[in-house]
Design a binder for this molecule. Structure first.
Ligand code: SF4
Ligand code: SF4
Length: 105
């Protein structure tokens, strides 16, 4: 019987570094208020309970501007300020990623 291969602890696979490239757009289920005009097409704009403008979300919670095949933003150049400021790798980003992985487990 061959001896099991020994892998140094530091070589064990770890959780990949947070990157939008390896993420299922976890943050695109959050409510996004429109606080400035960045050119978001009207068809993607809804209103919240207080009458404020927000990104419209579909019944399952995803932003209406998200391409569901590629999980990429279809209005990247016109995306709201809040989306621009949501920082990849930030505490909020990591929270969203953890929340999604809990759902899929
Ligand atoms: S910012 Fe974070 S949560 Fe949002 S898509 Fe990128 S990696 Fe995922
Ligand atoms: S506008 Fe784009 S980046 Fe912002 S939540 Fe929607 S799909 Fe995500």
């Amino acid at each position: 019987m061959t001896e099991p291969s020994r892998i140094a602890h530091t070589q064990l696979p770890e959780e990949p570094a947070a990157s939008c490239a390896n993420c299922a757009a976890c943050c695109c289920q959050l409510e996004v208020m429109l606080i400035s005009d960045t050119g978001v097409p009207q068809r993607f704009i809804g209103t919240d309970a207080w009458g404020g403008e927000v990104m419209r979300r579909l019944d399952d919670g995803w932003c209406a501007a998200l391409d569901r095949d590629s999980m990429r933003c279809t209005i990247y150049e016109q995306r709201p300020l809040i989306c621009r400021e949501f920082e990849m790798g930030s505490a909020e980003c990591l929270d969203e990623r953890r929340g999604m992985s809990a759902i899929y487990r």
